[in-house]
Design a protein around this ligand. Sequence first.
Ligand code: 6GU
Length: 219
Amino acid sequence: MRFDIITIFPHLLDSYLAESLLKRAQNNNLLSINTHDIREYTNDPHKKVDSTPYGGGPGMVYQVEPVVNTLEAIPRSPKNLVILTSPRGKPFTQKMSQQLAKYDQLIFVCPRYEGIDERIKKYIDKEVSIGPYVLNGGEIAAMVMIEAISRHIPGVLGKASSLEEESFSKEGILEYPQYTRPEVFRKSRVPKVLLSGNHKNIREWRDKKSRKTTPSGQK
Ligand code: 6GU
C-alpha cells in the first residue's frame, strides 16, 4: 500500500517514521510513505504557497495551484483516494480505517494556516477529521490515520494474532486489562484468576472486563 502526504513540512514526521513499526513495514515493502513538498511545485520566485483571503479577514490561505501541481506530480495506483485533512471532515473511526485499508494508495492533502482555497474540493475524494478539535495542520492527523490503517495490512503487526485480539477489532470491543511480572508491585496484586491456570475462568473474567472498559458509543 502506498501513502502520499502533501505538506509544506515534509520533514515533520521523519523521526517518527524512522523509529516506529512503520519503518519496519517500509523496509519489508509492505507499504511506502512518501512526502511531497508543496513549495517545490510553486511558480512563485519566493516559493510562496499561501496568500491573504479574498473578502478580507485574518490569516493566510493555501493557494490552489501549487497543491494541485503537487497532486498531479504523484503517480497514481489504480485504486487510489485523495483525502483532505480538515477539522470540518467526516470523523475518522476504526471502521473507516478498515475501509481505507482496501485502497492501493491514499493521498493526504494537509493544509496549514487558515485553510485552503475551496476550489481544491474538485480534486478531493473525501474530507476527514480525527476529532472535535482544531490542529495547526493536518500532518499529525494524516499520521494518526496512516498508523491506524497500516495495522490492517497483513504482516505490518508482528503477530497476526495481535490485531485479532486488539482493541476494537473484535466486534468493536476493547481489549481486557493485561498484567505481567511481578505478581506484587508495591502491594498491588495481579488478579488471582489470572494465576489460577483455569482457562475457562480466565476467559470469562477477560470477557467481562473488556465489556466494562469499552466506552459507550464504541460498542
Ligand atoms: Cl484532519 N486537521 C486539522 N487541521 N485539524 C483537525 C483535524 C484535521 N482533525 C481534527 N482536527
